[in-house]
Each structure stands twice: as structure tokens, then as C-alpha cells.
Design a protein around this ligand. Sequence first.
Ligand code: SAH
Length: 217
Amino acid sequence: MMKSQGIGMTSQRTRDRLVERLRNEGIRNPAVLAAIGSTPRHLFVDEALASRAYEDTALPIGLGQTISQPYIVARMTELLLEVEPSKVLEVGTGSGYQAAILAKLVDKVYSTERLEALASQARQRFRKLAYRNIRVQHSDGSWGWPQFAPFDAIIVTAGGEDIPRALLEQLAVGGRLVMPLGNRTQQTLVSVTRTPTVYERVDFEPVVFVPLLGGAG
Ligand code: SAH
């Protein structure tokens, strides 16, 4: 028998269990489930929390921020993929986990984070794990990332009262934005799809996110 490879082996088994759980909770897209099954979430949290990385729960990542619950990551990713995006903007890099999931499913991920420390930590993680299609910028993402607009999809991983106007403008026609909308304690997961003439909004389940801060937020 092979010798235990420690966390590596444990992680694959616990990751498979997480995927099974997400499937039972209604996540259907096989590509999304595969991305979650192959992404080492324990490397996106502090070592002290690594043992809890495959629970379906949000975890603190320092500076008052959190890595989102895997179910929510899967759900938002699933909603985005429906428009078959190739270029995606994320507002709120945080740990980098959501961006890492997206990077397995689309061509190019642009992610902005307003906290310098988190932005540079995420950059280091992406380098270490050899993700080559994620670009991180330390900036107020409520202004989007005009240089690379328009985006086929935009995911905002922090909650706000309104969708920043700049983000709606930087969404390509046929594209979709997914964001938690509401007050500080409770939001609704919302998707907005841009057609040639209008923005179509659909409301989904209640969610709880840290607040979107900054100029246009
Ligand atoms: N997607 C992240 C979740 C991070 S929590 C992950 O997978 O781990 C939300 C993040 O949004 C926090 O790191 C917070 O600092 C960041 N944030 C809040 N307002 C922002 C803004 N206006 N621009 C960019 N990032 C913002």
C-alpha cells in the first residue's frame, strides 16, 4: 500500500465529499462540480483553518473578509456560465478561490480587490499554483476595469444596495452580471443579463456577503 500523502490525500477525498454534497444541494453543471473537485480550497485559507476548508461554509480570511461558501461559489459560477463567457470580471478577489474556479472554466479572469494585502496574497497563490489566466488588480472594483471592458460576465462577490453603473456599462451585450443585492445583513442573489435593448433582472435565493465598499458601491 502507498504511504499516506498527508493533506493531499485527505483533501481529495474530502473534496469529493464536498462535490457530492453540492450535487445534492442542486448544483448540476458538471464542469462547475469538476472545477470544485480539483481546486485545493485549503490552500486559499490560513493554515489554521485548512482542516475546515471542505466544509460547505464561509471562512474568515483576515481583514474582516471571508472566503465564500462553496455552494454560493458554485451557484454564482453556474449562473455566469449560462451565457458561455470567455472574459470574466470579478469584483472582490478576496482569497482568490472564486477566481481560481472561474479560471478553470473560462479563457481569462480579471479580478479586482480593494485591499492591497489580499490582492498581493492572491497573486502569490496564483503564481504558486500556476494559474496563468488570472489577472489581479488592486483597485476599487465598483468602477470596473475599463481597460479590459467589455466583459462577457461580471461577478461581484460583495453585497451592495445597487449595481454600480460602471459595471452595467462594462457588460457586453449578451453578457451577464451576478451579484448579491441588499443591505448589510441580508442580500438576494441577482442576475442581470444585457440584451441589445434592456437589462433583464432575475432574483434568486437569499445570501449573506461582506459589503461592497468604495466610490461607486
Ligand atoms: N471572491 C472572494 C470572496 C471575498 S469577500 C473569495 O473567493 O475568496 C469580498 C471581497 O471583496 C473582500 O476581499 C473585500 O475586500 C472585497 N471588496 C469589497 N469592496 C470592494 C471594491 N469596491 N472593489 C474591490 N474589492 C472589494
